[in-house]
Design a protein around this ligand. Structure first.
Ligand code: SF4
Ligand code: SF4
Length: 385
């Protein structure tokens, strides 16, 4: 049963350079989360999941700022926790990003290992789940709690990326484009996918770097927007619900869908909310991919077919019960001649049909292109390790 109310705290911090001030601001928002956690993280194993989209130049605003990450890590270490940082950036590996940020030496001295996600497993079933065949990184299961460290950025498809969207990075790199293409033309479904990941992972600590945000053409190519705030909550959705309207997005789809699904928590603000200027949001989503690259529709259609796993029927096992048709959210599966027929262009790859088939007659199949992409991903990450 989900709790229905979570506390959200804000603190002011004008820059990353004054470390003392940064630490004090972080402590302010972490302290309420420690209380919510039971008062102590001493001896606990914590997995930090920072937003490391890519580190292409000094001060790259596509990532959580290195000083923000380092000071957060130190606060938890000082509280007696054991910390690891795990993330899969868009192209590089997590250790490569940390090296480029010049954090590797200090993290090594602190005894904080850094790794990319390496093990993937089907998402843990949770009540109210929409998608039943999503593979996400499984490393978090080995930890007492996840610390979601997100950057406040605009996002071409979802308008904003905050703490819930940051968890999309737990999907295998080579499959992210596939998910964007599978549900990307239906942004509501994509929001549901993000909510499913959030429900499964439920980070107990959530920190949002809003000191220098990104506005405009986010999440990779926007412009810096100084907003000078940090936000924190023991619930990612509560934090997003509180922050999104302040940044200018009153109707963030993730929040609308969470409301419809009855999982949007109430928010209690601890202290006050600083004045935060709205961000310049990207144009409403159109035919944009995650990193903002326009793709012609025919190519996108080709990609959808090539890099998205499909539901496949084994007609010998099918008894024609029709349950799959009833369970298909967008009605893209119809029973014809007592067997399901898939309307793949409209299939959102939720795999509810596969999940509910009593005879195991529906399976999922990766395409050759997906398998090839996995190999390419391994090779690229090896080169950028
Ligand atoms: S649920 Fe399974 S057995 Fe029933 S019609 Fe669909 S594929 Fe066939
Ligand atoms: S056919 Fe329907 S239920 Fe099956 S994966 Fe596609 S959208 Fe989901």
């Amino acid at each position: 049963m989900m709790e229905s109310k979570f506390r959200v705290a804000y603190s002011r911090c004008p820059s990353y350079t004054d470390r003392k001030r940064l630490r004090a601001a972080l402590e302010e928002v972490i302290s309420i989360q420690l209380e919510d956690f039971g008062g102590s993280v001493s001896g606990k194993k914590l997995m930090f999941k920072p937003n490391f989209l890519a580190w292409r130049r000094d001060g790259d605003i596509a990532c959580v700022h290195p000083a923000f990450l380092l000071e957060s890590v130190k606060i938890f270490l000082d509280a007696g926790a054991r910390v690891s940082i795990i993330e899969t950036p868009a192209v590089q590996t997590a250790p490569a990003v940390v090296r480029a940020m010049k954090l590797d030496g200090e993290l090594a001295k602190l005894g904080v290992p850094v790794a990319s996600f390496a093990e993937f497993a089907p998402i843990r079933p949770v009540p109210g789940q929409c998608f039943h065949h999503v593979e996400i990184a499984r490393e978090y299961l080995d930890y007492d709690a996840v610390v979601d460290v997100a950057k406040a950025k605009t996002h071409g498809m979802m308008m904003l990326t905050l703490c819930v969207k940051n968890l999309f990075g737990m999907i295998k790199g080579s499959e992210r484009l596939g998910w964007h293409l599978a549900v990307g033309k239906n942004f509501e479904r994509f929001a549901d996918l993000l909510l499913d990941i959030y429900l499964a992972v439920r980070p107990r600590f959530n920190l949002l770097d809003g000191i220098i945000c990104m506005e405009g053409n986010g999440p990779g190519s926007g412009t810096p927007a100084e907003r000078g705030f940090i936000a924190g909550s023991s619930d990612a959705l509560a934090l997003d619900a509180s922050v999104a309207p302040l940044l200018g997005c009153e109707n963030l789809l993730i929040l609308e869908n969470a409301r419809k699904r009855g999982i949007l928590p109430d928010v209690e603000i601890v202290g006050g909310i600083p004045e935060i200027r709205r961000l310049r949001l990207p144009p409403p989503p159109g035919f944009l991919c995650e990193w903002g690259a326009p793709l012609p529709p025919f190519f996108k259609k080709f990609l959808r077919e090539a890099v998205v796993a499909k539901p496949i029927l084994n007609p010998k096992l099918c008894i024609g019960c029709g349950l799959c048709e009833k369970m298909c959210p967008p009605a893209s599966l119809k029973i014809k001649n007592a067997k399901p027929v898939f309307d793949l262009p409209n299939c959102i790859r939720c795999f509810c049909c596969q999940e509910h088939c009593p005879k195991g007659a529906i399976t999922t199949r990766k395409t050759m292109m997906m398998k090839a992409c996995e190999k390419v991903e391994e090779a690229v990450r090896f080169l950028f390790r």
